[in-house]
Design a binder for this molecule. Sequence first.
Ligand code: NDP
Ligand code: 2IT
Length: 444
Amino acid sequence: MDYVERILEEVKRKNPGEAEFHQAATEILESLKPVVERRPEYEKVALLERFVEPERVVLFRVPWVDDKGMVHVNKGYRVQFNSAIGPYKGGLRFHPSVNLSIIKFLGLEQILKNSLTGLPIGGGKGGSDFDPKGRSDGEVMRFCQSFMTELYRHIGQDTDVPAGDIGVGSREIGYLFGQYKRICSEHAGVLTGRGLSYGGSLVRTEATGYGLVYMVEEALACRGDSFEGKTVVVSGAGNVAIYAAEKAQSLGANVVAMYDSDGYIYDKRGIDLSVMKKIKEQERARIKEYAVRVPGAEYHAGCKGIWNIPCDIALPCATQNEIDAASAAALVKNGVKIVAEGANMPTTLEGIEVFQRAGVVFLPAKAANAGGVATSALEMAQSGGRLFWTFEQVDAKLKSIMVNIYHNMDEAAREYGLKGDYVAGANIAGFLKIADAMVAQGIV
Ligand code: NDP
Ligand code: 2IT
């Protein structure tokens, strides 16, 4: 059995029941086969064994009291996966589906994503099975304070720097930061996605969605094409989805559909983002409200149907495994040309195969959504240097990072004889830097 197959088998045996973690490990390790063949020295230092095992997993109890005085207990997680190239860095997800498998798949992806940015950040991820939906600001605040009352001892601006993810936005980062500062007496850059009044960076809010569209823009430009007149379907209606839609529209695309976990909106004249932002960012209401307010827009209960809408470009920006083989086949049948992942692992392994076989340009999450964490690293650079860059400065850096990632993964794929396979290209380009740093640092 070859090295990769042996490690994959071990991952499954040693981490039973962790379906999402197995999925991410399979996608990554399969594409590293040609790398470990060229570099047999990696096996001698058990590089893959160490790469798939988190340096540290922290699991804790998060007790909190709701507005009616009832006591709740949630699980808290922080997986400090790999610090070879910098302090652990990665978001916190608050969603009822959160479990160790999900946090570990996100952490493993994050290692390679962070490496691809070219910035000095290691990989980590955390979160809780807490569901912020329907909770008051006071409840969310008390939950965040309780969460940080344990997390603070494991993080630090040179150790581990969390940020947002699903269910964790500027409100939650504010409460988490407030509690960290209160416990540690330190106004430090220990979280990113902070408000502009207390150490945040311009563009961080928009960064993941904008970055995603910058990468697609580059992929189009390399094929002599542009966003102008393209029909785009975006899934999700949260932070990543909204700013992906905004940037795509500004480049001349027609964004016709978006969803939340209840159902989707189809607005063939183009989503009115001012209405969408009001509903989602200000009112924290459900997407079906959009169809009440915008004449001509349709609301459909359930999410899957969104992938039957004909489009040129699909941007899945909600959650893992949104696009399975059947949804991928529907997109291909309707003529999709580019699929770029704003969410983490939104396409199943079978879905990826459908896209790649059909010759669709498939831009994988760890490359395509790296703009968020890259801008987090720019936030760290600004707080470390006591600097504050303008919107234009940060946006220009973000764009150049996304363009670089695109070309680095494109070149890595070509170098290994896999032209156009951006899944392999991203995994290989991200991994080589990590491997080099791990080898240099000895058996740790
Ligand atoms: P938000 O919480 O802001 O938005 C998430 C959106 O996805 C909501 O519209 C939510 O709907 C929807 N969603 C969540 N779970 C499901 C589900 N099971 N089925 C259908 N819809 C669902 O999160 P973000 O926009 O920040 O994150 C979206 C994705 O992007 C995630 O995969 C995240 O890991 C990834 N990402 C985020 C980055 C960031 O900087 N924020 C950076 C890189 C990647 P509802 O409100 O109904 O739950
Ligand atoms: O998945 C991701 O890259 C994020 N949620 C952002 C992480 C970060 O540290 O900004």
